[in-house]
Design a binder for this molecule. Sequence first.
Ligand code: C2O
Ligand code: CU
Length: 487
Amino acid sequence: MQNQHRRSGQQAGSNLLTRRTFLQLAGSTLLATAAGCTSRTAPPAATPSAPGSTVEIALTAQEASWELAPGKRITAWTYNGTVPGYPIRVREGDHVRVTFTNRLPEPTTIHWHGVDVPAAMDGVPDLSQPPVQPGATFTYEFDARPAGTRWYHTHANSARQLDLGLSAPLIIEPQAADPPADREYTLLLDDWVTNTSAPTPPPDNNGMMGGMMDDAGPAYDTFTINGKAFPATAPLMVRQGERVRLRLINASNMQTFVLSLAGHPLQVTHTDGNPLQQAVEVDALSIVPAERYDVIFVADHPGRWPLYALNQPHTQGGLKTLIVYEGSESAPEAELPDLTPGLRVWSYSLGHGVDRLPQPSGSGATYQLTLSGGMMMSGDPNVWTINGKVYPQTDPLVAERNQLLSVRLSNMSMQTHPFHLHGQSFRLLRFGSQALQAPLIKDTVDVPAMMGTVDLEIVASNPGDWMFHCHKPMHMDGGMATLVKVS
Ligand code: C2O
Ligand code: CU
C-alpha cells in the first residue's frame, strides 16, 4: 500500500463536505481491485490543422456492438462506430465542414454544444433544420469558435439517442497557447442502462447519493470513461514531472459526477472550455450533465493511482481508471483515500473567469424563470415546467442583437437542473447566495434542487432562435425548455 498524499489546512471559501455526506461516503469500503487494465486504444483524433484552414470531416451515425466492460456488450448508437463517437480536434477559426450521414433507423441531428455556430447549423430538429432522415445526408458548416473543450451530440429523441451513445468530444485548440501541459487526455463520462447490475439512486442536491426518488427515468447501472467501465477503462500513462491536462466532459443523461484523483490535487483551469484567470486547486470536482472542466495535475507521486467518483455507486458502476506512472506499471494500486471533512470540492464561487463576451449595445429585459415539475411538485414525474408552462408553450426570452439580458433561474423542484444555452455562452454572476467576483463564462450551469438560484447575463450576440433548456433529456422532453430569440 502506498501512503496517502494528504494536505492539511483548508482553503478559505472551500465547499466542505457536510458531515452527513462524509458519513455516507465513508460508510463502506471500496475494493482496491488489482485487476489489470485492459488497454484500449482510443480512436484516432482528427489531426490538428493549420490555423484557418477548412477541415472536412465525414460522420456517420450507425449502430455498433460495443463492450462497456467484460460481459456487458450492448448495441450502441455511434458516430463512426465508436463509443464515444469520433473525436474532433480543430484549431480556433478553422472552417469545419461535416458531411453527416444517418444510418440509424430513425431521424437524428447533431448539436455542436458550446460552439457559437450559425442558427441553421445548431442541430435542433424543426427549429434549426428538418431532422436528418434515415439514409439521408446533411452538411454542417461552421467556424470553430470559441476555443476550448466542446462536444457534440444528438438533439433528436434525446432521452433515447443520448442514452445509446450519440456523443463525442469536440476540442477547439486556441490560437494562443493554453496553460502549458506535457500531456493531455480527453475523458468523456457517460451513464448507461444495461440492467445487468444494481441501478444507482438518483443524486441529491450535492451530487451525492441519497436524493429523492423523483424521476420516472431509467435505472442507470453502468458508468464509463471513454466508453469503458472499470476494469476495462484505459489507464492514463504519465511520466514523473509532467503536467497532465484532463479535459473532462459529462455526457451523461442524469449524473452529477464528483471526481477525485487519489494522491494528487486537481487544478481547475477552464469551465465549459473557457479559461479562469488563475487555476483553482481542489481535491474533488463536481460536474453536472453537459458541463466540461479542464484540469491539470502535476505527476509528482509515482505509482498507480485511481481517478474515481466520490459517489460510491458511480465508482462501483465503473467510473474509475488508473493513472499509471512509467516504471510503476506493476506497482500495487493505491487505495482510495479516506475522505476528510476538509476536502476541497470545486464550487463556482471559487473561480474567477476571463470575460471574453462581446460588449453589449445596451440593456434588454430581465427575466425570472421558475423551474418546477416532477412527482413532488406537479404530481407527474414526466412534466417539467418553466413558469408553469411546458415547451413549446413556454414564453421566449427576446433580445435585439447584442443586448444584455439578465436572467434569474430558480428551482422549486426536487431535482437539479443543468441549464444550457445554445449559440452563445453567458456570464454566471451569482450562485445561490454567493456573488462571483469575476463571472465565470459558461454555457451550462447547475441550478440546484430545492430552492437553488442562479443569476446570469446573456450578451445576445448570435442572431437566431436558441434553445435554453435543462440538459437532462427526460426533463427537456418533459417541457423544461424555452427559446432565446435574438433579432
Ligand atoms: Cu448539449 Cu440543447 O444541448
Ligand atoms: Cu432538469
